[in-house]
Design a protein around this ligand. Structure first.
Ligand SMILES: [Zn+2]
Ligand SMILES: [Zn+2]
Length: 171
């Protein structure tokens, strides 16, 4: 089983700047095909997104982008991230807190998530046996799986340790 947390973002041979450049050229080509113009603001948003890495809440991205350029509107950030998802460069995620997050696509391929309900830490994992089992369960009900999302909610190690300490402190 492979896993990774947002605290140690993936750097599989390519840094955030290179990732952003590659994404931008793909986005430009994609926009051109559809007769859409590219914009400087969009570049700022895409660069900030890849710099942040991991599972980026749109609201946090808005704050980061507007730090750099206060003229960028919230709507532009949302629209840009939608475009990025449509052309396959970002994956939208919506966990139980109701926030929309995006994570960079590619590199990692399919994975599922463990989410800490204490501190919000997100861990990615991939488990072949779980993947197979899901296909088998679906088949036994006459289904063919096209996609799935598996989210496990609970307390991470450090939140559990903090809880134990708090319990020990109360007599
Ligand atoms: Zn936690
Ligand atoms: Zn993920």
């Amino acid at each position: 089983m492979r896993e990774r947390t947002d605290r140690e973002p993936a750097r599989v041979g390519e840094d955030a700047a290179a990732q952003a450049r590659r994404a931008l050229s793909r986005l430009d080509a994609w926009l051109e095909e559809r007769g859409l113009k590219h914009s400087r603001q969009r570049n700022v948003i895409v660069e900030a997104f890849f710099e942040m890495g991991g599972h980026v809440p749109v609201e946090a991205l808005v704050a980061r982008v507007r730090d750099q350029d206060a003229r960028v509107s919230v709507a532009t950030v949302y629209r840009t991230m939608k475009l990025l998802a449509e052309c396959g460069l970002a994956i939208p995620r919506r966990f139980d807190d109701g926030q929309t997050r995006y994570e960079p696509a590619g590199q990692r391929g399919h994975h599922d998530h463990l989410i800490c309900t204490g501190c919000g830490q997100i861990v990615e994992f991939e488990n072949e046996r779980i993947e197979e089992l899901q296909v088998r369960v679906a088949r036994s009900h006459g289904f063919e799986v096209e996609s799935h999302k598996l989210e496990l909610y609970g307390r991470c190690q450090s939140c559990r340790a903090a809880r134990r300490k708090a319990k020990e402190a109360t007599p």
